[in-house]
Design a protein around this ligand. Sequence first.
Ligand code: PRT
Ligand code: ZN
Length: 286
Amino acid sequence: MDNKLKIAIQKSGRLYEDSIKLLKDCSIEINIGIDKLKTTALNFPLEILFLRDDDIPQYLEDGVADIGIVGKNILLEKRKKVQIKETLGFGKCRLSIAVPKSFKYNNIKFLNGKRIATSYPFLVKEFFGKKNIKADIHEISGAVEIAPGIGLADCICDLVSSGSTLFMNGLKEVETILRSEAVLASHMYLGSLQKMILDKFLFRIRAVKKAKNNKYILLNVPNERLDMIISYLPGIKSPAILPLANSECSSVHSVVNENDFWRIIENLKELGAQDILVLPIEKIIL
Ligand code: PRT
Ligand code: ZN
């Protein structure tokens, strides 16, 4: 009887470091051997398989791995039967169509009758189908960005993050097909023990994710401004207020979401908050 949950992660590449860091943030310790094919966590019932990202969806469908960390782009392209359990917030990119800079691109109809090179034939075909475009899709497995330059295609569809690869190859991004990030996906039917371990793992992942999106803030506030300042502060339940040795001021503690952070800090400052300290949070368990 298998008493561990098997997780597939990328052996090397763009998702490797962040996948290992996610395990670490979840307090799961691993030793990576020299062969780096698989390893077992030291303090959690998890076996880690190191694989090529393209192979992970198939292994998940077959149940060779119970769960895996892979780009949503690969999962959707491969169309294997798996369940997405959680988005992970790293490996962010978009799958976009790009054309040579000199092309006068007005709208999507421009792509009718063009030759387009991509490693994502299914997603491109699906997108063109929806938009009623008839183009000639050439599947190539790598270095897609050079295809127009060597006359293999008129345009491309590839992953973009900073945009510098497109820029260096004289291309411009004209349509976005998909926004992608790394996700945790699972085999469709897990055994009850595997399900239980996965729930524990997801509980940790969510605590880590929540913590990353929030900051702990401490500030000193003159007592006569306290009510006003508190009305601007969310906190998990409500902010904590502690007396200071100087009886005219109080110390206020709260948790603020990264997205609202600067707006809230500016308001607090205007309302008379002083000595504002901002600290990272390691985990949030609600
Ligand atoms: O060996 P293996 O098959 O496992 O790895 P791989 O070479 O196929 O994949 P890898 O490591 O390049 O990417 C793994 C995953 O990272 C992808 O499936 C995406 O989910 C995610 N990701 C995020 C990216 C990018 N950003 C990205 N920018 N994958 C690839 N790129 C490439 C893109 O193809 C292009 O060549 O980077 C170039 C563009 O980058 P910018 O910054 O110049 O725009
Ligand atoms: Zn790959």
